[in-house]
Design a protein around this ligand. Structure first.
Ligand SMILES: [Cu+2]
Length: 118
């Protein structure tokens, strides 16, 4: 089990350079320090700058080029995340600069908040 987690983490880093949407499924299954993180995320609601790289309505995934996401222990990278709901997908435009909040919801890294940068 521990080995699996390490493999996922390595994959995660590697895909930052590939920037591949192919990684979406594997990344969605990625679990990182869930226990400690849930406590932290309930207090801390900081938003992180990001650029929308890809929107996929068929899977509900949005690929973000984002800064460090401290609450989920994610370095700056380009990676696909699950959008909170269909309305978020509808509003998302490729190339748009946004501020996002990504949290682990039942083990899935989910964009829970997305707003346009002013
Ligand atoms: Cu990642």
């Amino acid at each position: 089990m521990k080995k699996l987690i390490i493999v996922s983490a390595v994959f995660c880093t590697a895909s930052a350079f590939a920037g591949a949407a192919l990684a979406a499924d594997e990344m969605a299954g990625m679990k990182m320090k869930t226990g400690a993180m849930d406590t932290a995320s309930s207090k801390d609601t900081a938003l992180t700058d990001a650029v929308i790289r890809k929107v996929d309505p068929s899977t509900g995934m949005v690929t973000l080029q984002h800064g460090e996401l401290k609450n989920i222990d994610m370095a700056a990278m380009t990676m696909a995340y699950k959008a909170k709901d269909a309305s978020m997908i509808k509003k998302a435009r490729e190339g748009e600069k946004v501020k996002v909040r990504v949290e682990s919801v039942n083990g899935t890294l989910t964009i829970v908040k997305m707003e346009k940068q002013k």
